[in-house]
Ligand binder design. Structure first.
Ligand SMILES: *[C@@H]1O[C@H](CO)[C@@H](O)[C@H](O)[C@H]1NC(C)=O
Ligand SMILES: *[C@@H]1O[C@H](CO)[C@@H](O)[C@H](O)[C@H]1NC(C)=O
Ligand SMILES: *[C@@H]1O[C@H](CO)[C@@H](O)[C@H](O)[C@H]1NC(C)=O
Ligand SMILES: *[C@@H]1O[C@H](CO)[C@@H](O)[C@H](O)[C@H]1NC(C)=O
Ligand SMILES: *[C@@H]1O[C@H](CO)[C@@H](O)[C@H](O)[C@H]1NC(C)=O
Ligand SMILES: *[C@@H]1O[C@H](CO)[C@@H](O)[C@H](O)[C@H]1NC(C)=O
Ligand SMILES: *[C@@H]1O[C@H](CO)[C@@H](O)[C@H](O)[C@H]1NC(C)=O
Length: 664
């Protein structure tokens, strides 16, 4: 009793150390957050009016947004000579004086987003040897000439979005030689002239973003013989204006998509004719309406990638011709009823097909993709896919398929050898799709090359020991959210055939115990996730088969960890015990001692707290110190022994005295 009391006093003392007075004192000093020692600091939103002395001179990356620096004087940051990245978002900067960044030789990224700039001195950006990225988004700029061009010849990224610019013309003093990204998103650019584009000609691999500008005309021939990495005209009202202007240009990616709730012209085949006179590899047309005719596709012939996300197709025309180059087709969020309605035979070279988030129930039909001999990647997730028995008929002839995503669909039944048609599968994702699997043979039996199998929340028959037979190459298995019979992972469980596993997820499986040798064959396991179960330390015997594993036991019902489990914990690499009702009394002293000696193995120590006794609930395990020289029972017997001794002694004394008096 006495020693437990002492223990409690100790806890109370520790708890008092953590009271708010102490924390309060710290926040008053407006401490920047150290992200990585001596290198990265975050001082955002601290009401600072200068660079705090506490920042070390070695700081390289500094987030300093949302402070107050209306007047940037010269050499404002000269103490931080090593700065590479400086973010001054919304610091109410109006004035940037001469040589504001003098001495910041290594500064390569400067972010000035959201500062109402009134004046920027000609030599404002002088100092850095190679400023590569300059962000002047939302600075109220009305002309590019506002930017002092001295010392910007190394610039690779210039962001000028959300200003009031009406022209994209860069000053002749600006060297665009190294420019890779030029962003004019959401300005007021309505016209593009030959001169504008000529000012960019030094840049050889430019991504030009003009999204959200209401472009009304492009001078004839403005883009003639130009080459871009990407051109973004997102949100344009009439795509034919742009396509006419882009005659004879070459671009890797052309983004002409629209957005939800934007009214724009329905696209007729004539409006797309301009595409025939330019060279584009990847085209994005999301959120447009098209007329349902093969001629819509007549100028798509040279494309390698086409994105038609949310373009209201119920079926693609059956007589599309010449799309032999297309490798990747995105048909997400359309309105197909049957997979055959995409008329896949029109795109014989496809390697990647995405039909994600289909708006109608999607029937996979029979052999609809059979002509796609080179198909490697098929994504049918979130598409309300219905089928009676999956997947041989549906995937007929897809012998090169490597990646199949059928997650988040209607319930499916897998029968026999369900993937006999695609023996090359490497990744199979059925997460959140309820699966009925037959009693015995494995539906995956021929998938010897499968590496990743996601069966989370599929309600698979976990009691079927045959379920995973044949998956000898499997490295990653997610069985999270699938209940196990009576909450026990038995020793003859379904995991025995998958002995190459490196990552195993068994979170939220309702597990209360793992039988000895449940992981017997899984010698290569590197990560075992058992979060959100109801495991107690009695049910952890099976962990002794694992070595050098990252064990995640967070959010279970573990209270006391007996000494015989500690060597098992010691042989693992990382352990997460957070959110368990851990016992912080002397009954758990062996574990508590081990814990303090093995803190380097513990992940999330902040959330690894005591659940018992009540006085310590929520206190971090690492800050608990107990002295448990004697157990409570020991003390009880000791006290009893002493009391008995005393009474015996008094009895004897009394006896002697009485005898003595009798003798008188
Ligand atoms: C941080 O800088 C101080 C002073 O230069 C140095 O003593 C310390 O070792 C550095 N720490 C790290 C982690 O680099
Ligand atoms: C052009 O830019 C893209 C992306 O910005 C990059 O992936 C590509 O390697 C660049 N090409 C050349 C030739 O520099
Ligand atoms: C495009 O280039 C070709 C030859 O390269 C030329 O014949 C044609 O006139 C050009 N068209 C335009 C619109 O500049
Ligand atoms: C495409 O170019 C040809 C010749 O270069 C020209 O006759 C035709 O009008 C151009 N098409 C469009 C839509 O500009
Ligand atoms: C399958 O699709 C879902 C939803 O679109 C996505 O979250 C998941 O990452 C995909 N799976 C794989 C293996 O890429
Ligand atoms: C299934 O697991 C794989 C592998 O980690 C992952 O890439 C994928 O996103 C997961 N699927 C879903 C729907 O979360
Ligand atoms: C430990 O588990 C908790 C609870 O699930 C989780 O939030 C945390 O990210 C985990 N820690 C690590 C380092 O994975």
């Amino acid at each position: 009793m006495v020693s437990e009391m002492a223990g409690y006093m100790c806890y109370l003392f520790l708890a008092s150390l953590l009271t708010p007075q102490w924390v309060g004192a710290k926040s008053a000093a407006q401490m920047c957050v150290e992200v990585t020692t001596n290198l990265t600091y975050n001082c955002e939103n601290l009401g600072l009016e200068e660079i705090p002395e506490s920042l070390p001179a070695t700081t390289k990356f500094l987030e300093f947004g949302f402070n107050f620096l209306p007047d940037l004087q010269n050499s404002a940051f000269s103490r931080l000579r090593d700065l590479v990245y400086l973010d001054l978002t919304r610091c109410e900067i109006n004035w940037v004086h001469e040589d504001a960044f003098e001495n910041n030789d290594d500064l390569s990224t400067l972010v000035l987003t959201g500062n109402p700039l009134i004046f920027v001195a000609d030599t404002a950006f002088q100092g850095p040897r190679a400023l590569k990225c300059l962000t002047l988004t939302q600075t109220g700029m009305t002309s590019v000439t506002f930017i002092p061009m001295q010392n910007l010849e190394n610039l690779e990224i210039l962001r000028l979005g959300s200003n009031h610019l009406s022209s994209i013309q860069l000053p002749s003093t600006f060297s665009a030689r190294n420019l890779k990204v030029l962003d004019f998103e959401l300005n007021a650019i309505h016209h593009i002239t030959k001169k504008d584009i000529a000012s960019l000609k030094q840049a050889t691999n430019l991504s030009l973003n003009l999204k959200g500008n209401n472009i009304q005309d492009i001078e004839d021939g403005a883009f003639h013989s130009t080459t871009f990495q990407s051109l973004n005209f997102g949100g344009i009202f009439d795509v034919s204006t742009v396509l006419k202007g882009l005659q004879n240009s070459t671009t890797q990616t052309l983004w002409l998509g629209s957005f939800q709730d934007v009214d724009d012209l329905d696209i007729s085949p004539v409006m797309l004719e301009g595409l025939c006179n330019m060279s584009v590899k990847a085209l994005n047309m999301q959120f447009h309406h098209f007329s349902n005719s093969a001629s819509t596709f007549q100028c798509f012939m040279g494309l390698h990638q086409l994105d038609l996300t949310h373009t209201h197709w119920k079926s693609l025309p059956s007589d599309i011709e010449g799309m032999n180059q297309l490798k990747k087709l995105v048909l997400n969020q359309n309105e197909f009823d049957n997979l055959c309605q995409i008329n896949a035979a029109s795109f014989p070279s496809l390697t990647h097909l995405y039909v994600k988030g289909n708006m109608h129930k999607l029937d996979l039909g029979t052999g609809c993709l059979g002509k796609l001999k080179n198909l490697q990647h098929l994504d049918l997730s979130h598409s309300k896919v219905v089928s009676h028995t999956c997947c041989n008929a549906q995937l007929r002839s897809l012998s090169h398929l490597q990646h199949l995503n059928l997650s988040n669909n209607e319930p499916q039944t897998l029968q026999g050898e369900a993937f006999g048609e695609c023996p090359q599968l490497k990744v199979l994702d059925f997460a959140f799709t309820h699966l009925h699997t037959d009693a015995s043979p494995s539906p995956f039996q021929n998938l010897h090359l499968l590496q990743v199998l996601n069966l989370s929340n599929c309600l698979v028959e976990t009691s079927n020991p045959q379920l995973l037979v044949g998956l000898q190459g499997l490295q990653y298995l997610d069985l999270g959210g699938n209940p196990f019979q009576s909450g026990i992972l038995t020793k003859d469980n379904l995991l025995h055939p998958v002995d190459s596993l490196q990552v195993l997820i068994l979170s939220s499986c309702g597990l209360t115990a793992l039988e000895r040798q449940a992981f017997g064959g899984l010698g290569r396991l590197r990560y075992l996730d058992l979060q959100h179960n109801s495991l107690t330390s009695l049910g952890l015997a099976a962990l002794s088969d694992l070595k050098e594993t990252h064990l995640n036991l967070a959010a279970n019902s573990i209270r006391i960890i007996p000494p015989n489990l500690l060597p098992v914990f010691s042989q693992q690499s990382i352990i997460n015990l957070s959110h368990n009702p851990l016992d912080c009394t002397c009954s758990n002293i062996h574990f508590l001692t081990w814990y303090r000696e093995n803190l380097h193995k513990i992940s999330d120590p902040e959330e690894t707290t005591c659940g018992d006794p009540p006085a310590l609930r929520g206190v971090k395990l690492s800050s608990v110190t107990l002295s448990c020289a004697l157990s409570a029972a020991g003390i009880f017997f000791l006290v009893l022994f002493v009391l008995m001794g005393i009474s015996m002694f008094t009895f004897l004394i009394r006896h002697c005295i009485i005898r003595k008096y009798e003798n008188i």
